[in-house]
Design a protein around this ligand. Structure first.
Ligand code: PLP
Length: 331
């Protein structure tokens, strides 16, 4: 058994020996001259997989979202996004800094937007009003616990966007978790958007990278990194189902823990949020002493994320640690 179970995020995965081998053996060239065959292949494979014209390998999801928002808008435009969206909360205000847009925030119901509410918030540009240019959607939805936005909602929103001349961008940092959880192909989700980004560096287990399917900085011999991405697209998508099963087992195992209230007893993908009667910082400190690392997202809210580097045995260990700490702190 590993001594430490790290459930802070699915970004903490380390490349497996097989992925490192693919990286070491990658053919490379200067990507700024379009000469890196591995980068080119990753971009082609990604575009084909999503049914888009083109794809761009970029260093991060944040950069990917910023490029998409900048590309679809002009300064002073309004974009519509969830008040709890990653682009709203965790991207250093880049929509304002990079694209100079106004962010109009909608309220989603447990991560799922209401199409009629979105329709009512679209503005037409006039002498006084900024126009709404872009709708940003996040699937799976991070802050609501890895919720999958149903394909039907994407379709309705896509139709509304077409009616009003809005572009649609999907922040699909964990879109492949939605694919595996719903059984719906990534192409079908991607068909409901002008641009889609997905992270290679999360559940897919790569050390670096995101792909934006539709500008960016050149990375020269980036094939070493792209090789990890190709390896992940070939080997690490189906196995996301293991992460989802581990999250369900973990939720079931801690549901009756002392002073613990799970936000969603049946986690839809790979995230579990739970509230504690004790202070979250104390709770995670006690967990860490027992070899399980978790993060807090609010004073009394804790997040656990399952991923490639966590196995069934680690889950059982985590269950007993949460049970023990619950008793310790809430007796
Ligand atoms: C992680 C994440 C991003 C950004 O990815 P980075 O590579 O960390 O910049 C964007 N959106 C969501 C929903 C994420 O979880």
């Amino acid at each position: 058994m590993r001594t430490i179970v790290d459930l802070r995020s699915d970004t903490i995965t380390r490349p497996t020996p097989e992925m490192r081998r693919a990286m070491a053996e990658a053919e490379v060239g200067d990507d700024v001259y379009d000469d890196d065959p591995t980068v080119n292949r990753l971009q082609e494979v990604s575009a084909t997989l999503l049914g888009k014209e083109a794809a761009l390998f970029v260093p991060s999801g944040t950069m990917s979202n910023s490029i998409a928002i900048k590309t679809h808008t002009k300064s002073g435009d309004e974009i519509l996004l969830d008040g709890e969206a990653h682009s709203m909360l965790y991207e250093a205000g880049l929509p304002a800094v990079v694209a100079a847009v106004l962010t109009r925030q909608f309220r989603a119901n447990k991560g799922i937007p209401d199409p009629q509410d979105i329709r009512s918030q679209i503005h037409v540009e006039s002498l006084h009003n900024p126009g709404t240019a872009l709708l940003v959607l996040e699937n799976t939805h991070n802050r609501s616990g890895g919720v999958v936005i149903p394909l039907g909602v994407h379709k309705e929103l896509w139709d509304i966007a077409q009616e009003h001349g809005l572009k649609v961008h999907i922040d699909g940092a964990r879109l492949f978790n939605a694919v595996v959880a719903s059984g719906i192909s990534v192409r079908e989700y991607a068909a409901c958007a002008d641009t889609v980004t997905f992270c290679l560096s999360k559940g897919l287990g790569c050390p670096v990278g995101s792909v934006l399917c539709m500008l960016g900085g050149g990375m020269r011999q980036a094939g070493i990194l792209a090789a990890a991405g190709l390896y992940a697209l070939e080997h690490n998508i189906e196995r996301l189902a293991d992460d989802h099963a581990n999250a369900k087992r973990l939720a079931a195992g801690i549901a009756d823990a002392h002073g613990v209230h799970i936000v969603d007893n049946a986690p839809p993908t790979n995230m579990i949020y739970f509230d504690t009667t004790a202070l979250g910082s104390l709770f995670v400190a006690e967990m860490a002493k027992r070899g399980v690392i978790a993060s807090t997202t609010a004073p009394r809210r804790i997040r656990l994320v399952t991923h490639l580097d966590v196995d069934a045995e680690d889950i059982e260990k985590t269950i007993s640690v949460v049970q023990e700490v619950g008793v310790l702190l809430t007796q």
